[in-house]
Structure formats: structure tokens, C-alpha cells
Design a binder for this molecule. Sequence first.
Ligand code: ADP
Ligand code: MG
Length: 458
Amino acid sequence: MELTAAELWAYIQEAVRASVPEQGFRTWLAGPKAVGLSADELIIEAPSPFHRDWIENKYTPLLENAAQRILNRPLGITVTCDEAPAALPVPVPQAGALLPEGPPPQRPPAPRPYLNERYTFERFVVGTNNQLAVAASRAVAERPAEMYNPLFLYGGVGLGKTHLMHAIGHRIVADHPDARVAYVSSEQFTNEMVSSIQQGTMAAFRRRYREMDLLLVDDIHFLEGKEGTQEEFFHTFNALYDAQRQIVLTSDRPPKNLSGVEERLVSRFEWGLVVDIKAPDYETRVAILRKKAADDNLVLDDAVIEYIAQSCTASVRQLEGAVIKLLALSSLKHQEITLQLARGALNGMLRREHDEGPVLSPERIQELVARRWRVKAEALASKRRTKDLTVPRQVAMYLIKETLGTSLVHIGQIFGGRDHSTVIHSIKKVQEEMERDPEFRRKVDEAWEELRAASLQE
Ligand code: ADP
Ligand code: MG
């Protein structure tokens, strides 16, 4: 029997449906479409890069197992997503500074700037905390280099500065497909400059930035104390400003508080408009969570949304982190996202963030796993490769990653200086084994449950 890609995908979806919580299934696995099938590979297309990454990380072994059962032979599953930029609107001729009138410009076609496709105005929730910044960004996007030049956005980490900056870029590229737009972090600017000096390509470096119509420079505070880069940036700034090109800068603090930045630069930063973004208030946090859920096709109860909004007050990034953590937990534990699950999961996470001392530590996780697998905790951290140590060691690595989010490199160090690729391999092994062996899954889930209980008690 020959199956088409769509038929096979439908069978696979049916086969895995029972082993994934309904909510997880609807969120991640119901949406993708089959787009290709060869002898050894089925290609499915996810609705967004976010979905793609998620499915790849969490569901590929499950899907491949199901495919193997259906076909009686191994089949790889590849997840893609349609990342082609949306069709650009027809450019509107405008008297703005960006599109000079007269014969078509002699310049080479504008390279596409790197801009995150999720960072658009449409996806940005306006609240009292960021209202001015949004209004200024929209004004700049609509009439570049006419209103506020430079536009200087500042505020704490994870409050949406980079998002707004990309949104300006998207809008300008959409309205003026010929516009030359560059987005660069100050760190990248510095690195590029240093390597241009080393390779003797400074002239090209200068030309590249000084020919931009829109220059977006993120995290300008990184230039503090870097005199050489500041000097170069000063000239780039002047060249662009004099040519009436738009400049947008972000920083974690206002220009006047940038220490170690030359006065002449600071004063230029203040020539245009300086606006801050503050942490979102409760209503804005709820609105952001609702919007994220809608944009990503996630199903979240009001009670859960309100709980997250009450608990995560520091930044939008923290809100997003909470949602991702809940999704991870729900798919791992095969449970719907309920208020109870949210309480359990976020409690530990928030307490860690509030710096009330580590609730869970890698050492505690090692101890707990060692006890459950009846080995010595020290042996887990050692280089010894005996068979009885391999599995608990992998489980401990997996749990440390999932519960504490410790970096792979750091986990490698904790386990006797192992390489991070070993850590990746170990975590993958545990995930695969959990899909394959329900008994093993139960054991890991119980360990997880005990960790959670421990973190709630403290
Ligand atoms: P910053 O550059 O200020 O550190 P980012 O722009 O990287 O912060 O924002 C962190 C995350 O929060 C991003 O995923 C961004 O999309 C999201 N975000 C921030 N503010 C908002 C908002 N008002 N509406 C929707 N998403 C937001
Ligand atoms: Mg940023």
C-alpha cells in the first residue's frame, strides 16, 4: 500500500494522539501539514519557527517511532517552516528622506537585514509602560529621519527594546523595499570593526554602515569604555545624520548615565528623542500573555494567565519564560496546563529568580537521582564510565537541564569536565528512552515529582 505524505501524516497524528495531552496535541501537532515524502523521510511544515523548534525538540522521537510502527521501517521526520518573508506591499511614493526622487538609484540592491519575523508592531502589546516608546517608534517608521533623529530607546532587560527596533526595520523595509537597513548590536559592530582593522578592510566596513538609510544599533551601552569603537561610531553617526538617514539606538540606561562614553557622543544621542520603556503593569502583563497565547495557538485558561501575570512582574521575557516552562512541563508530564501545574512550576522558578538562595541545586538533583538509582552521588560526577553509572548520570543531566535550565557547558563541568556535546547526547538519550520505555519514563517522572515537592516545601 502506497501512502501519500498527507495520509501518512494523518496516520501518525492519530497514532500519537493518545500519548500526548490533548492541549499539547492541539498546540503542537494538529497544525503542521505534510509537504513531502521520500523513501526515508517525511517532511512536515510547522506554522512558525517556534513550533518547528518545539516539535523538533520534543516530539521527533515520538513521531518517528509511530512512523516506524505504521510502515514497518524507519522513517526520519523533518520539520520545516515557511520562513519566506510575507509579500511586500507596493511601495508608496513619499516625500520622505528615504527615497530620493529622480532617476532610479545607481546603488546595488539592498541586502535584506536580519530581522526577527516575530518582532513586528502587530505583535507588540501597547501598555502604559511603553506607550511613548511605541508612538515614537511608529512615527520614526512612518517618516524616517524627519521627526526624531536619533531615536534613543532605553530600559531594563527583556522589556521590548529590541522588539521595537526590529518592528521599525520591518515597517521601513515593507514601505521602501529599496531602503538599506542594518540592524547590529554594538557588540557586533565592535567585532566587525576589529576584524576589519585586522584584515585591512576598514574602508569597506565604513562604506557599508555609512551608506545605510536606517541604522539600528542595539545595546549601545556595550560601547562603554571602548574608545576606538566609539570614535568610529561617532563618524558613522555624523555621516548618517548629515545625510538625513535615520538612526535608532537602544540602551539599558539613558544617555547621560552612560559612563565611559565620550561626551560628544552622549550629546548626539540626546539630539533626537530619548524615551524609556518601563516594566509592564498587571493589565499589560495579562494582555501580553493573551496575545502570546493567541499568536502561538496556545490554549491557556484565564486563571493560569492571571496567575502568571501576578507572579512574573520583572519583564516580558520572564513572562515568556514562564509560558515556555509550563508548556515543557505539561508535555513532559503529559498533563494539561492547570492552575495547579502552574503553581508548582512557577513557584520554584520565581523563587530562584528572586535570589532567595537556591531551592534546587545541581548537587541536590545529583543526590536525589543517585539515591533513586542506588549509586553514589560522587560517582555520578566522576569520569568513571561503568554501565551502572551511565543511566543515572544521563538522567541527572536531563533533570538539571529541565528544572534549572543550567547551560550545557556548565552541566558538563559539574559532571567531571565533560564536553557539552556529551551532555546534549545524554539528554537526548533520556528523552528517547522515555518515549520508548514507559517504565523508565515513570521512574524519571517520579524523580521529577520528588524534586518539585522538595522545591515547594522550602
Ligand atoms: P530587550 O531588548 O528590552 O531586552 P526584547 O525586545 O528582547 O527586550 O523583548 C524580550 C521578549 O519580550 C521578546 O520576545 C519580545 O517579543 C517580548 N516583548 C517585550 N515587550 C513586549 C510587548 N509589549 N508585547 C509583546 N511582546 C513583547
Ligand atoms: Mg535587546
